[in-house]
Design a protein around this ligand. Structure first.
Ligand SMILES: CC(C)(COP(=O)(O)OP(=O)(O)OC[C@H]1O[C@@H](n2cnc3c(N)ncnc32)[C@H](O)[C@@H]1OP(=O)(O)O)[C@@H](O)C(=O)NCCC(=O)NCCS
Length: 182
């Protein structure tokens, strides 16, 4: 899905949130790997990311052309600070109103409003695509993410105490959240 909007961050800088393109692939891949290195709250380990540059380019192009999915980047001063996206959960008629949401931002850029901008942009894209429910899962001790989601209107509808198991053998409880869009 194509999208572009400029947001003003808490420090006064402009942040362009737009769909990623083929040209963004190297920066998007680098950002994806960096964010997975920086936090234990995401669902895959960095060494499990096997995406090649060519695959990343194809992925971004596919998402740009899609009417059901979006892959967005947040660009500040020519740099990709973070990414977010929406993905249709299923094409089956009874559940095609549901879309999932994911987001990750480089730690150097946390706390200045990029998370909020990307979340708002994804909500706009989800509405434009005609979804009526947006869903996500977040690790229960990821306070920053929980605050962001709650302030965007997401509500908790359940918990999975064994959502993730870390390599150290520790369970990470997942909070299930949803946002009604109609
Ligand atoms: C979670 C994440 C997306 C938040 O992005 P961010 O750019 O730091 O968020 P923002 O600056 O837009 O802040 C959004 C909200 O987060 C909360 N927040 C900000 N700073 C915070 C802090 N120091 N402590 C707790 N909450 C904080 C606030 O509620 C804030 O809302 P406000 O704008 O009304 O103050 C980002 O930290 C991230 O990518 N983390 C790693 C990957 C991850 O955990 N992804 C989510 C997986 S479900």
């Amino acid at each position: 899905m194509e999208y572009s909007r400029v947001f003003i961050l808490k420090d006064g800088r402009s942040c362009t949130v737009r769909n990623g393109t083929e040209e963004d692939a190297p920066a998007v891949l680098a950002n994806y790997i960096a964010t997975h290195d920086q936090t234990d709250y995401l669902g895959v380990y960095t060494d499990e990311i096997t995406l090649s540059l060519e695959q990343e380019k194809a992925y971004l192009e596919r998402k740009r052309e899609s009417t059901s999915d979006a892959a967005l980047v947040a660009e500040v001063g020519g740099l990709i600070a973070g990414t977010a996206g929406i993905d249709r959960i299923t094409a089956a008629e009874k559940a095609r109103h549901r879309v999932s949401f994911g987001i990750s931002i480089d730690r150097d850029w946390w706390g200045i409003g990029i998370g909020r901008a990307l979340t708002e942009a994804c909500i706009e894209c989800a509405r434009k695509a005609g979804y009526v429910q947006m869903e996500l899962e977040v690790v229960a001790d990821n306070e920053r993410a929980l605050r962001l989601y709650r302030s965007a209107g997401f509500i908790e509808y359940g918990r999975n105490p064994r959502g993730f198991r870390t390599r150290q053998g520790r369970w990470q409880e997942n909070v299930l959240m949803r946002l009604e869009l109609d």
